[in-house]
Design a binder for this molecule. Structure first.
Ligand code: C2E
Ligand code: MG
Ligand code: MG
Length: 692
């Protein structure tokens, strides 16, 4: 209600002083009234006595002279305060009456007027003092005097006017005391006012280092100290709060960095990209624009990681990030999705030409080998490109389309790019169908092993390659080139490999009976098999179980599969080789170009890839490569097998140049066991010449 304490305190003091003054005046007045009453009573008694005495003398001397009596009685009129006086004779008959100008008449009041009613002496009836005096003695009474006096009319009695001289002094004093009290009050309250202003300053400036300067031993001094202590506490709390807030901000920054950026390359991570892509897709759809996405991963990165260690792999990823970053423009988004998978979201230009140009620039940027720790490593890229419009602006569809296109590139061979087309989805559905059917296919024996004979230079069948097919209940005969990569991606390949090994072991007795004891069957292994630590035990146990001689077995592995798992492959093949199995490096010449590793691995045979054989007659380069491979194999004391022989010229050429064995459609396509057991064990050049 009041903004300052001074007003209520001043008002309280003023009220208190006024009440005190009124009380003093009231007490003084009532005391004065009492004393006036006493004086008036005494005066009235004296007046009535005096009048009675005078009348007694006159009445004794001149009895019955009423005129004389009245003459003596009438002077009472001169007394201002006497409002009425009545002189009675002994028989209570009025002799004389004195009346005041005020017109007071006792008969009109409740005050008695007859001598027999009025008590002797002085009696007070409110303000009217009544004196009844007997004239003469009580033995010989002569008459009665009754005087009525108005006590209020008595000079200096009955009115406040008696105080009127003192009232200004009292009021003056009251004023002085009030002013003085107010000044004292102001003086006392001044530190409180300063404290209030100080608190206001602290509040407005938020400067909690300010301190109140007021010092005293009273309550205000204690309040000032308490405010200072409170500020000390606030300052400490603020400091703690600031430090905690800073820690939280730092943690938040670290968490956001961890959540959104890849710690190895510093690139945005999958989470960041997905969040951004979602927004970008919504924006593109709103503006009726298109958006292009490039997915890529590194070819053979797993092999590098396994053979050269994860540290080298990490260094490569860092350099990949740097190389790609240099190719991109400012607004392009470049992120690492995880492992060796990266994504580029170009800022502008979503035409197929732009995609091709960027993908080509990406791929050629990796022609240059990585120089790491004294090693020169070439790493290729497989790129997949997809657009938002093809994916209906759906994020997961866009990602999956880009992924499909990238896997197409991988299937096509290293260092290539593929633009997504809707038909890839259909083929993807077939892939999914196949992937989901593998377990059931194995359980229901839907798979079949076909055998393709291998022939030596004299035309004698020395062995066969086991090649799996899938007799799918809905899709018909499915070839391994289609379902083996799917099984590899789905982690089902080792189950298939084990199934093939078991099947070949079971067929081995028949084949040996058909051919001879040293007949050797080749089984293909995938790179994934080499990472499976239980495969060796499985092979060993199956050989024991089926009573198979390991020398009747050969394992084929592609050079890329071997090198991608270099350490594990070496260990696995050393154990398999020690058991007596032969080892062949399949599709040689199509993978790694560095040949230095050949001296470090355990193999018996090099298999020249079908691609070179098919071009022997047409391509000088293929002849040169084939010649070099044969020469290399001889130097390393490896036997050499050529696959894909389709005509006698190819066989002649290869025999002439030192190939030890061959396989191809010219001799036999891969056929089921029953057909194999019916096929010839010798092939002479003449048979084919005649056919020609
Ligand atoms: P690969 O191991 O290089 O097998 C040789 C492939 O060449 C076979 O194809 C064979 O049918 C084909 N071929 C042989 N001679 C000729 C010829 O004169 N002309 C032509 N055009 N082709 C010829 P296939 O059976 O389709 O197998 C393809 C690939 O699938 C194999 O290549 C091998 O890498 C893989 N594969 C087959 N069976 C298995 C298996 O049981 N396990 C694993 N991991 N891979 C397998
Ligand atoms: Mg093979
Ligand atoms: Mg091959």
């Amino acid at each position: 209600m009041f903004k300052t304490l001074k007003v209520p305190i001043s008002l309280t003091i003023a009220l208190f002083m006024s009440v005190l003054t009124i009380a003093v005046v009231f007490v003084m007045k009532s005391e004065r009234d009492e004393s006036v009453k006493v004086v008036v009573q005494e005066g009235t008694a004296a007046l009535s006595n005096k009048m009675a005495l005078q009348l007694a003398i006159v009445m004794e001397r001149s009895p019955g002279d009423k005129a004389l009596f009245s003459q003596i009685f009438q002077p009472l009129k001169a007394h201002q305060q006497v409002v009425q006086a009545i002189l009675f004779d002994n028989n209570y008959q009025v002799i004389s009456k004195v009346e005041h100008s005020s017109g007071f008449d006792v008969s009109e009041t409740n005050i008695p007027s007859s001598p027999d009613e009025v008590p002797f002496g002085v009696t007070a009836y409110d303000n009217i003092i009544v004196a009844h005096q007997l004239i003469g003695s009580s033995l010989y009474p002569l008459g009665h005097v009754i005087i009525y006096v108005d006590a209020e009319g008595f000079p200096s009695g009955g009115h406040v006017s008696g105080l009127s001289g003192e009232l200004p002094i009292i009021l003056g004093l009251l004023l002085i005391v009030s002013v003085f009290c107010t000044l004292i009050l102001f003086y006392l309250v001044a530190p409180l006012t300063l404290l209030k202003k100080f608190a206001q300053d602290v509040f407005e400036s938020k400067d909690y280092s300010l301190r109140s300067a007021h010092q005293s031993n009273d309550e205000i001094g204690q309040l000032s100290n308490n405010i200072n202590s409170l500020l000390d506490t606030i300052e400490v709390e603020l400091l703690i709060n600031f430090e905690q807030k800073q820690t939280l901000v730092d943690q938040q920054e670290t968490m956001s960095q961890l959540a959104n950026f890849d710690s190895l390359t510093g690139l945005p991570n999958r989470q960041f990209v997905l969040d951004n892509l979602r927004l970008e897709l919504a924006r593109a759809r709103r503006n009726d624009e298109d958006l292009m996405l490039l997915f890529f991963d590194l070819d053979g990165f797993k092999g590098i990681n396994d053979s050269l260690g994860h540290e080298t792999g990490d260094l490569i990823l860092i350099e990949v990030a740097e190389r790609v970053q240099h190719l991109l423009r400012d607004g392009d988004l470049f992120a690492r999705l995880g492992g060796d998978e990266f994504l580029v979201l170009p800022d502008r230009d979503v035409s197929a030409a732009a995609a091709e140009s960027l993908a080509t620039r990406l791929i050629t940027a990796f022609d240059e080998p990585f120089e790491l720790r004294g090693l020169s490593l070439t790493v290729g890229l497989s790129v997949g490109v997809a657009t938002a419009s093809d994916a209906g602006y759906d994020l997961s569809e866009l990602m999956s389309n880009a992924d499909l296109a990238m896997y197409r590139s991988k299937a096509r061979g290293r260092g290539s790019f593929t633009l997504f087309t809707p038909d890839m989805v259909e083929s993807h559905k077939r892939k999914l169908h196949l992937a989901n059917g593998i377990d059931n296919g194995l359980a229901c024996d839907e798979f079949v092993v076909y055998y393709q004979v291998k022939v030596n230079n004299s035309g004698k069948v020395i062995g066969a390659e086991a090649l799996i097919r899938w007799q799918h209940p809905e899709l018909g005969l499915v070839m391994p080139n289609e379902f083996i990569p799917i099984a590899e991606q789905g982690g089902k390949i080792t189950a298939i490999t084990q199934w093939v090994i078991k099947r070949v072991c079971l067929d081995m007795a028949d084949m040996k009976q058909w051919a001879y004891n040293s007949f050797r069957v080749s089984v293909n292994l995938s790179g994934h098999d080499l990472r499976n630590t239980h495969l060796f035990d499985y092979i060993y146990n199956t050989f024991m179980l089926c009573n198979v001689n390991p020398e009747n077995f050969e394992f084929e592995v592609t050079e890329s599969a071997y090198l991608e798992n270099f350490a594990l492959s070496n260990k696995f093949f050393r154990r398999v080789g020690n058991m007596g199995c032969a080892i062949a490096l399949d599709d040689f010449g199509t993978g790694y170009s560095s040949l230095s590793y050949l001296t470090q691995i355990n193999i018996d045979t090099l298999k020249v890839d079908r691609q070179f054989v098919s071009e022997i007659q047409t391509s000088e380069r293929s002849r040169l490569v084939t010649g070099a491979i044969i020469d290399l194999a001889k130097r390393l004391s490896l036997s050499i097998c050529a696959e894909g022989i389709e005509n006698i010229e190819q066989w002649d050429y290869l025999k002439k140049h030192g190939v030890d064995s061959v396989q191809g459609f010219m001799f036999s396509k891969p056929i089921p066991l029953e057909a194999l057991l019916q096929s010839p064990l010798y092939y002479s050049e003449r048979d084919f010449t005649i056919e020609h």
